[in-house]
Design a protein around this ligand. Structure first.
Ligand code: NDP
Length: 299
């Protein structure tokens, strides 16, 4: 069965529209998001445009700040500081990658953790790793895929939990294999699955016999960036397969990290590329903006 991230994202965005309208009624303004783009990298321009469109659809106030690629790190920090102090800004996102002369880690730390809608600030990452919410009491659904950690959870793993919830499969006790150990996908995903009582293996470029490791997975999530790395011999029959990879092929089409055609009849549930994880990532950015607003208003 194909998991349509596109359809689930559309459902969630309609629900967010209503949440945002109710918030505007209650607090006199809607949640607001500022996206900073440095330079004019074409891929970043597309990502930023998608984020702006999603915000508009959800009735979230959004603003884009376009800065020249020649900007200094200290001027970029000053811009972020101004937004940190602005009470009418709830979420700040700096589109990555940044030009080489700017230290990304430094910039991500400059955003106040409570306005960090990507969940990349070290305080948010630490909170996720050190905190153990009451998962037993949490009933996961596409609308509410993670228990309240009291911090911002990175968008892609949060969106994947929503996709997993859409299958109705109980995660408790399952074998999960996460291929890829990046800070934005693999590592936070592994922690979230561990908290959902999965037995988790985190595979990477040094993992020996990757197909054998993958074949153990009831839940296989792949975030590598190599087209069709995962072939039919990597899939346990009946597994859930989530493909995070986005790879542009020489003919201009997009491919995931999973050979979709070869794997779709072996897996019980599988995400396509495009139309799987991608729309959920942007949708969870909207949810994170709403959640940052809600937490700030509750203070
Ligand atoms: P990174 O490049 O940061 O990490 C890639 C990971 O894959 C690393 O951990 C690396 O291992 C591992 N890896 C590389 N080669 C192999 C291999 N042959 N076998 C097993 N593991 C391997 O990538 P990201 O996590 O940022 O992104 C991964 C993919 O997901 C990209 O295509 C990206 O575009 C896409 N993406 C999509 C999103 C969406 O919303 N759909 C969101 C974020 C990313 P090691 O650590 O050993 O180097």
């Amino acid at each position: 069965m194909i998991i349509s991230g596109k359809d689930i994202a559309a459902q969630l965005r309609s629900d967010m529209q209503q949440q945002v309208d109710a918030m505007r009624e209650m607090y006199g303004r809607a949640p607001s998001l500022v996206v900073i783009q440095v330079g004019d990298d074409p891929a970043s321009t597309i990502y930023v445009r998608n984020k702006m469109r999603a915000a508009e659809f959800c009735h979230i106030q959004s603003r884009q700040i376009l800065l020249p690629s020649s900007i200094t790190e200290s001027d970029l920090c000053k811009q972020i500081e101004e937004l940190n102090r602005d009470n009418n800004v709830d979420g700040i996102l700096v589109q990555l990658p940044l030009p080489e002369h700017i230290d990304e880690e430094h910039i991500l730390r400059a955003i106040r953790a409570e306005k960090d809608v990507d969940g990349f600030h070290p305080d948010n990452a630490a909170y996720l790793w050190l905190h153990q919410p009451l998962v037993k009491k949490h009933v996961a659904s596409i609308y509410n895929p993670v228990p309240d950690y009291g911090c911002t959870i990175p968008c892609t793993p949060k969106g994947i939990l929503s996709l997993l919830a859409s299958t109705g499969v109980e995660l408790d006790g399952k074998r999960a294999v996460m291929v890829g150990r990046s800070d934005i996908v693999g590592k936070p995903m592994a922690k979230l699955l561990m908290d959902r009582q999965c037995t988790v293996t985190l595979a990477h470029s040094h993992t020996s016999d990757l197909p054998a490791v993958c074949r153990e997975a009831d839940i296989l999530i792949v975030a590598v960036g190599k087209p069709k790395l995962i072939s039919a011999d990597c899939i346990k029959p009946g597994a859930i397969v989530i493909d995070v990879g986005i790879n542009r092929l020489p003919d201009g089409t997009l491919s995931g990290d999973v050979d979709f055609e070869a794997c779709k009849d072996i897996a019980a549930h599988i995400t396509p590329v495009p139309g799987g994880v991608g729309p959920m990532t942007v949708t969870m950015l909207m949810q994170n903006t709403i959640d940052c607003f809600r937490r700030r208003m509750a203070k």
